[in-house]
Design a protein around this ligand. Structure first.
Ligand SMILES: NC(=O)c1ccc[n+]([C@@H]2O[C@H](COP(=O)([O-])OP(=O)(O)OC[C@H]3O[C@@H](n4cnc5c(N)ncnc54)[C@H](O)[C@@H]3O)[C@@H](O)[C@H]2O)c1
Length: 300
């Protein structure tokens, strides 16, 4: 029998759908809210007979209220997520990512529901040191990162009102099922390689990222929900930094093709170095990423 009723907001998206699949596997009851902006119902094919799905927008408080009221825990994965887009659609990014999160926290307070929400390593901007500990200064470089920081401020505000909300600061998440238009660098490189096109690197490729597998991220979410932690921001990364140039060659090598990446002008608001300090996730959640990028690339 399924006893715990979770709502996954943004559950048709890349990370959200992996989380839904994992929760169902763990025998939980799952309701999903998503407006299908970048998410897709095909991400939920395997579990479609076992879930309840609501096509709703997180900016619509009254419809959310009806869905959330009986839930035992909320996972909030919905957002607009494309850094370069966030410069041109600043207001829309703010509305969805900040007003939407405010609605969710408001209802969490009203019904006394615990929340685990997706924050991001982008709140750190260019860190003074790596690996980045959670108490590092928060100084996002772009409007998207600013919305994620605003979400953390909201979580701090609601914590004072008794809401339990944990913000997981995901680093660069990769894995199966990313929407190409909204995808991260690994999916973009893989899509080009499939067409035998060379990966495109913006900048000199020395910028580093901490790539964490989406299945590991799903597990971190459930551990956070079940933990005794009431309010915290926790890094979700591997602790390993890989340069974009090394990543490009790793993907080229794993494909067996012989080619060189193409270099283009650096993007605005692109972080130079990113690597998680993983001490806190281990201490508070007993979580460590298991999947290694190179092994995943070779197996796929
Ligand atoms: N993918 C990463 O590397 C990464 C890194 C750090 C943080 N994050 C955060 O993780 C979360 C999930 O990201 P993702 O990569 O799965 O992105 P995604 O675009 O695949 O998923 C986001 C989901 O939110 C839904 N959504 C968007 N606007 C909505 C609205 N107004 N109402 C209801 N649903 C809405 C989309 O349809 C989609 O299903 C986001 O909060 C993102 O900021 C992702």
């Amino acid at each position: 029998m399924r006893l715990v009723k979770f709502v996954v907001i943004g559950g048709a998206g890349f990370i959200g759908s992996h989380l839904v699949n994992y929760l169902i596997e763990q025998n939980h009851s799952v309701t999903i809210v998503d407006n299908l902006h970048s998410g897709n119902l095909s991400n939920l094919n395997v579990v479609k007979s076992e879930i309840e799905f609501f096509e709703n927008d997180i900016r619509d408080l009254s419809s959310l209220r009806k869905i959330l009221k009986d839930s035992d825990g909320i996972f909030h994965e919905a957002a607009l997520t494309v850094v370069q887009d966030s410069y041109v659609k600043e207001k829309e990014y703010y509305d969805v990512n900040v007003t939407g999160t405010d609605n969710i926290l408001k209802l969490a307070k009203e019904f006394g529901i615990r929340v685990v929400f997706a924050s991001s390593s982008s709140v750190y901007g260019n860190p003074k040191k790596v690996p980045i500990p959670e108490d590092a200064e928060r100084k996002p470089l772009n409007p998207y990162g600013m919305t994620k920081l605003e979400d953390e401020y909201l979580a701090e505000k609601y914590a004072k009102l008794g809401v339990e909300a944990i913000g997981l600061r995901y680093f660069n998440v990769y894995g199966e099922g990313q929407n190409e238009a909204y995808a991260g660098v690994i999916t973009k490189f893989l899509k080009r390689i499939e067409k035998q096109d060379a990966p495109i690197i913006y900048g000199d490729g020395s910028q580093t990222r901490d790539f964490v597998y989406v299945g590991d991220v799903a597990k971190a979410n459930l551990l956070a929900m079940k933990s005794n932690v009431k309010n915290s921001f926790i890094n979700v990364g591997t602790g390993v930094g890989i340069s974009i140039k090394d990543l490009a060659y790793m993907i080229i090598d794993s494909s067996g093709l012989k080619m060189k990446p193409i270099f283009k002008k650096a993007l605005k608001g692109d972080v130079k170095e990113s690597r998680a300090d993983i001490t806190l996730s281990h201490k508070l959640l007993g979580w460590k990423a298991k999947v290694k990028l190179r092994e995943w690339l070779e197996k796929r």
